[in-house]
Design a protein around this ligand. Structure first.
Ligand code: C2E
Ligand code: MG
Ligand code: MG
Ligand code: MG
Length: 283
């Protein structure tokens, strides 16, 4: 099975690649036809502060409920949206929903929002997001943008300028998936970060590997010395937590402390936390 490329060479696809390409195309097509406002929604996953023993923040995680394709995970449709030139519409819709949710949370609870590589490459677009926050009268420090190394890698100087502007306005910046891919300490040095999120693949290995444990311990210490918040991503079990506790992690995000949940469940959780606190202060 082959295909004639523009230069006239024959490009041969294996059936796997063929299948993948077909899927990618049908994903893009479905996304073009989607009613984004209706079909995209967010779940929110708690970030737990170990010292405070309380949830302090939620990460917004996108979901696409497609009538044609069913539930599509973000790892698949964000890339499709980038290829289809639809990422700005997608991000715009999601960000607006994120602010709707944040609006109903107590003042001390913050939100993290993931930016894609292409979002980060467009200054005017980013500032349209900033304008949404301003217009609603939301304090910028309550909004954290999560960026990945792949997003920054393309042009670190340009990313730095943009992020410095956002940071100057009071927004928080988190470096996501640290320790995976092409992690570079240069980012810690060059970018105006508030937070580092240690990738879950590392957390996963801590129980079995002394080396992984030392690496995670080292990153936690490094963050503390650089005055950066640090999140351990993907903590799933009590056993993992027992292994991680001696490293004195500051923030935990993972199934152990909560799955990504609906806004309704977030509000329930926050209300329960409030009541628990009241009960404690009157006890
Ligand atoms: P991420 O930003 O690193 O988000 C963390 C992912 O880990 C989420 O997957 C979350 O559900 C999952 N996770 C959380 N706790 C655990 C755990 O204990 N164990 C395991 N195995 N997984 C856990 P999800 O929701 O499928 O999102 C995947 C990725 O898609 C995200 O990775 C992020 O890069 C991207 N993404 C999600 N929402 C958005 C969005 O609104 N915009 C953009 N541009 N990207 C998004
Ligand atoms: Mg993230
Ligand atoms: Mg991550
Ligand atoms: Mg990720």
């Amino acid at each position: 099975r082959g295909k004639q490329s523009a230069r006239g060479q024959t490009v041969v696809f294996t059936s796997d690649q063929d299948q993948e390409m077909r899927e990618a195309l049908s994903l893009e097509r479905a996304l073009r036809e989607a009613n984004l406002e209706q079909e995209l929604y967010l779940l929110f996953q708690p970030q737990f502060d170990v010292k405070k023993q309380a949830v302090v923040s939620f990460e917004a995680l996108a979901r696409w409920q497609s009538p044609a394709l069913g539930l599509v995970p973000p790892d698949r449709f964000i890339r499709a949206a980038e290829r289809a030139g639809l990422i700005q519409s997608v991000t715009q819709v999601l960000f607006s929903k994120a602010l709707d949710a944040l609006d109903l949370w107590p003042e001390h609870i913050t939100i993290s929002f993931n930016l894609s590589a292409q979002d980060l490459a467009d200054r005017a677009f980013l500032f349209s997001l900033v304008a949404q926050v301003t217009k609603r009268g939301i304090a910028p420090y309550r909004v954290e943008f999560e960026i990945t190394e792949t997003a920054v890698m393309k042009d670190i100087a340009a990313s730095r300028l943009l992020l410095e502007d956002l940071s100057g306005l009071g927004f928080r910046i988190a470096l996501d998936d640290f320790g995976s891919g092409y992690s570079s300490f240069e980012y810690l040095d060059q970018l105006p970060l508030n937070k580092v999120k240690i990738d879950k693949t590392f957390v996963r290995k801590v129980a079995q590997s002394a080396t992984s444990r030392e690496i995670v311990a080292g990153i936690i210490t490094l963050c503390r010395n650089l005055d950066l918040k640090c999140v351990l991503e993907g903590v799933e079990t009590e056993e993992e937590m027992r292994n991680l506790s001696p490293l004195s992690p500051q923030l935990i995000q993972g199934y152990l402390y909560g799955n990504p949940m609906s806004q309704r469940d977030v509000l329930g959780l926050l209300l329960a936390a409030e009541h628990a606190e009241e009960a404690e202060s009157t006890a």
